[in-house]
Design a protein around this ligand. Structure first.
Ligand code: SF4
Length: 468
């Protein structure tokens, strides 16, 4: 039997799909490159934005035709599926199973496997993607915040943290299989532990994200740890100091601001003001001056005036984030904003505001990246592109500690005879920049965890690469 999984949405969905794929392979199913070659097709959906939902619906239309010609089991999982599925069953009667995020047993049942027979131990240890160097590990599920525009709490439920011991076992398992970088996931990842009892991993108090990072930092073979997504109110000084202190933890934050106007933040029910956000970011940058910070922004929320938008624009220009994920507001049925607030900002205005933010950010990130010209950055080599056989050097790609994409050739110059490969941690001298990526040349091997490796100008340290 062959399966195909189609995933849209956030890293949490990607992690769920990886876990499901690993489980299906464990049961002897093989991956198919496309739905046409599969017996089971799983759509892992997102409904945070209208566009993502429309893509899933159009994919379902394609699968309906495919199913009319041959035997096919179709499963829909992820955020499109809430606790009640009657309306989905009426609208898509050809779908065999609808399952909520992380509920995989109904999919197994649809292909004739009883999930209960597999026992409790079947899923937790199966996250590793064979050959993968990076992995996502969810550490807290759900969200308790109920921002007015967001569907996530209704689909993913209340906050539930995983035990430190369980996460540690999983990350040890990943590192033993060659994973070098792990990103810990949560909708509000610094809320980790708020729902756990005291006494975890020998700790006297309730654990927090800092305690989890400390526990994972000890794992041999793991070079880097990241975490996302941050929520300003949950980000404590204790967690920030832990990040600053632990060399394997990348000083790379995803800290959504969503708006630069207090009135809009209140309508969003974000639970902080612009001044409070600013204080948190100031603290972060004071403790880690080289930290990379990305943010999320929604433009065109119900009633957003030109002046309110302008305050967001000005804040982005002032705070100069490394990346801005910007989206135009679209009402999500069932949310507070959908129930109580008219979606009254015209589409054209939303599009203009979106474009304005994108243009501003392209300029800012272009400037931030061009400041890296001539600097040496630490890169985890993730991919090797097919360079010409016998050619001078193989093109390699990887990411800096701040998450920037870097392309470079695989042979060191002027240290001829040294070569890097996926999984190596190397130093790369940046020779060209653009708003989207960096290009450079290999300078040598990097030992992980040197303080100050955060996209700073480093002395070149050409040591330790395998000789040809
Ligand atoms: Fe949604 Fe707000 Fe929770 Fe983020 S913090 S997942 S935006 S409800």
């Amino acid at each position: 039997m062959r399966y195909h999984i189609w995933t849209v949405g956030c890293q949490m969905n990607k992690a769920d799909s990886d876990k499901l794929a690993a489980g299906l392979e464990r049961l002897g199913l093989e991956e198919a490159a496309c739905p046409e070659e599969a017996d089971l097709v799983v759509l892992n959906t997102c409904s945070v934005r209208q566009h993502a939902e429309e893509r899933a619906i159009s994919k379902l239309g394609v699968l309906k035709k495919l199913k009319s010609r041959r035997n096919l089991t179709i499963a829909v999982i992820g955020c499109m599926v809430g606790p009640r599925t009657d309306h989905l069953r009426r609208r898509f009667p050809y779908v065999d199973v609808f399952a909520r995020p992380q509920e995989f047993d109904p999919i197994l049942e649809a292909i004739g496997i009883d999930g209960e027979d597999l026992g409790d131990e079947f899923w937790p240890r199966t996250f590793a993607v064979p050959g993968g160097l990076t992995a996502y590990v969810p550490v807290i599920h759900g969200c308790d915040k109920f921002c007015s525009y967001c569907i996530v709490p209704y689909r993913r439920g209340r906050q539930r943290s995983r035990l430190i011991a369980e996460v540690k076992e999983e990350v040890e398992h990943l590192a033993a299989r060659g994973v070098r970088e792990v990103t810990l996931l949560g909708q509000t990842v610094e809320a980790y532990g708020h729902d756990l009892p005291a006494g975890q991993a020998g700790l006297p108090d309730r654990p927090d994200l800092g305690d989890l990072l400390r526990a994972l930092h000890e794992i041999d073979g793991l070079y880097r740890l990241r975490f996302l997504t941050s929520y300003p109110r949950d980000m404590t000084e204790r967690i920030l100091r832990t990040v600053a202190e632990l060399p394997k933890v990348c000083q790379h934050f995803s800290l959504p601001v969503q708006s630069g106007d207090d009135g809009v933040l209140e309508r969003m029910r974000r639970g902080y003001t612009v001044a409070e956000y600013r204080q948190k970011l100031d603290l972060l940058r004071r403790l880690m001056p080289e930290a990379a910070v990305s943010t999320d922004v929604i433009v065109g929320l119900c009633g957003e005036t030109e002046a309110e938008f302008r305050r967001t624009y000005d804040l982005l220009a002032e705070l100069r984030f490394d990346k801005v994920h910007v989206a135009a507001y679209s009402p999500r049925p069932g949310t507070i904003a959908w129930r109580r607030m008219p979606d009254d900002v015209p589409q054209e205005v939303k599009r203009e505001r979106l474009r304005a933010v994108e243009e501003l950010q392209a300029r800012i990130v272009g400037e931030i990246n061009s400041a890296l010209l001539g600097c040496t950055v630490e890169v985890l080599v993730e991919e090797e592109k097919g360079g010409k056989l016998g050619g001078p050097a193989r093109p390699l790609g990887g990411r800096t500690r701040s998450g920037k994409l870097v392309h470079f050739s695989g042979e060191a110059r002027p240290f001829d005879g040294l070569r890097a490969q996926p999984g190596d941690l190397v130093h790369v001298v940046i020779e060209r920049t653009s708003p989207w990526s960096l290009q450079g040349r290999l300078a040598g091997a990097a030992g992980w965890g040197k303080a100050g490796d955060q996209a700073a100008c480093l002395p070149e340290r050409p040591t330790g690469l395998a000789a040809l």
